[in-house]
Design a protein around this ligand. Structure first.
Ligand code: CMC
Length: 429
């Protein structure tokens, strides 16, 4: 393939045919060769397992430069949003493209707050789960069931109804998540206290007990708000791409987000935060760190350092740097002395010095330290990925909304390289 110097088009020769392919440029990021005409003109498809070289859509929401460790939401650097914004404002930004005015934010917060309650029927639904069901399995089921509550009232052609569905999801996911947790420990479910702000309200629904008042520590709410900001969106990751793929069929947004939660659950994606804590507990002591690093390098072991490596970042994940700082602050302010932090720091140090990790550009990712904060806040390990899901709902609904307005929007339908048997006749009997 030869490239035109202005990179406006490339010339590809395939199957004895030459085709000029246009190159598309975004505001930032790598140019993309538009191969839409390729099959028609050459009879060839492209092969890209894991989509490592493929842009699946145009999006104006989030930008990542994985080599430089840059993450922007609607153009704003994640470091600035982490320092000055709050989760609900970030959710507004992702959904609408601009930061809200003071009045705009108040209206948005009011709308979200207005929709925090679950339908009472959810109570009996949740009661049907085994007490030891994983909260992510409950969350997938509960969100899927939301589709049955709002199915007939949702006109996907109406932008206002689409926005309403997005707000309902941002509002209700914390209520449902807290209910899943309380069911798993046998506590009575809590209604949302709408005099509290988004994150405090969630902590209240998680931890308030009938026997006594709950004293919420400001650092706990601030830390959780920060984690929600950092997890709110990450462009076309596996779960967001799942939401878009399901959305491309015209399915309703609750079903799309339920599918996103299912994709998030895996340990290679959002399930990594839970896996990190289990790994740190298994390592147990700083003196076992080197043997864990050695095991991670041994392909035969099937063990990877959880919380390390990223498909896009080949540099420090900027979110990991922010979380690392917050971890020390939270533990200090809450007076928590967690030996896991020492293990995590030694592990990071050992891996960053090791040729295997250096060569492959494997750095700590967002999940490496987040579990230590969740643990300090009293959030159980099984709930870690649920926390991620609450935050990522803001990103999922923003991508779904953007997709619904995309003039190039069509059903997602990848092709394959068929490796099965060639056509053959059914044997005569
Ligand atoms: N520990 C040891 N080796 C690793 C690790 C790791 N955590 N991650 C990648 N490698 C090796 C891998 O074996 C391969 O080596 P080689 O070139 O010799 O075959 C090389 O690095 C490239 O890895 P890959 O699997 O081809 O990379 P990928 O882009 O397909 O996978 C990843 C990215 C995040 C799935 C992977 O790094 C991983 O499994 N990490 C651990 C799980 C984790 O922390 N996931 C959270 C990701 S961040 C949160 C999110 O976005 O959800």
């Amino acid at each position: 393939m030869s490239q035109n110097p202005s990179l406006d088009q490339v010339t590809l020769s395939a199957a004895g045919k030459t085709v000029e392919l246009p190159v598309q440029h975004g505001t930032l990021g790598n140019p993309c060769i538009d191969i839409a005409r390729l099959p028609k003109e050459t009879g060839c498809f492209t092969y890209d397992p894991g989509f490592g070289a493929t842009a699946s859509c145009k999006s104006a929401i989030t930008f990542i430069d994985g080599d430089k460790g840059v993450l922007l939401y609607r153009g704003y650097p994640i470091e600035q949003l982490a320092a000055h914004s709050n989760f609900l404002e970030v959710a507004y930004l992702l959904m609408h493209g601009e930061l809200p005015s003071k009045d705009g934010f108040a209206k948005f917060e009011d709308r979200v707050t207005h929709h925090t309650m679950m339908h009472e029927a959810f109570k009996s639904f949740i009661g049907g789960f085994r007490h030891d069901a994983h909260p992510m399995s409950m969350l997938v089921g509960m969100l899927g069931s939301m589709a049955s509550f709002y199915h007939n009232t949702l006109d996907l052609e109406d932008p206002e109804q689409r926005r309403m569905a997005a707000i309902r999801l941002i509002a209700k996911v914390p209520t449902i998540a807290a209910a899943c947790y309380r069911h798993s420990i046998g506590w009575p479910l809590r209604y949302p206290r709408n005099n509290l702000e988004y994150v405090e309200r969630f902590l209240h629904m998680m931890f308030e007990v009938p026997a006594g008042p709950l004293e919420l520590k400001p650092v706990a709410a601030r830390a959780l708000d920060l984690l929600f900001i950092l997890h709110a969106d990450h462009e076309q990751n596996a779960s967001t791409s799942t939401v878009r793929l399901v959305g491309s069929t015209g399915a309703n947004p609750y079903a799309c987000v339920a599918a996103g939660v299912a994709a998030l659950w895996g340990p290679a994606h959002g399930g990594a935060n839970e896996a990190v804590l289990r790994m740190l507990a298994e390592i147990g002591d700083a003196k076992h760190v080197q043997s864990a690093v050695d095991r991670a390098k041994d392909k035969e072991s099937g063990f990877r350092l959880m919380g390390f490596g990223h498909r896009v970042y080949k540099n420090f994940d900027p979110r990991a740097t922010i979380i690392r700082e917050m971890t020390h602050k939270v533990l200090d302010e809450l007076g928590v002395d967690d030996p896991m932090l020492e293990v995590a720091m030694r592990l990071e140090e050992a891996a960053l010095k090791d040729e295997y990790f250096v060569q492959r550009k494997l750095y700590p990712n967002v999940d490496f330290y987040s579990g230590i904060i969740y643990k300090a806040l009293g959030i159980p390990t099984e709930m870690f990925t649920v926390m991620f899901a609450i935050a990522r709902t803001a990103g999922w609904v923003s991508h779904w909304l953007e997709q619904q307005e995309d003039p190039e929007f069509r059903i997602g339908r990848p092709r394959q390289i068929y490796t099965g048997a060639a056509a053959r006749d059914y044997p005569a009997k």
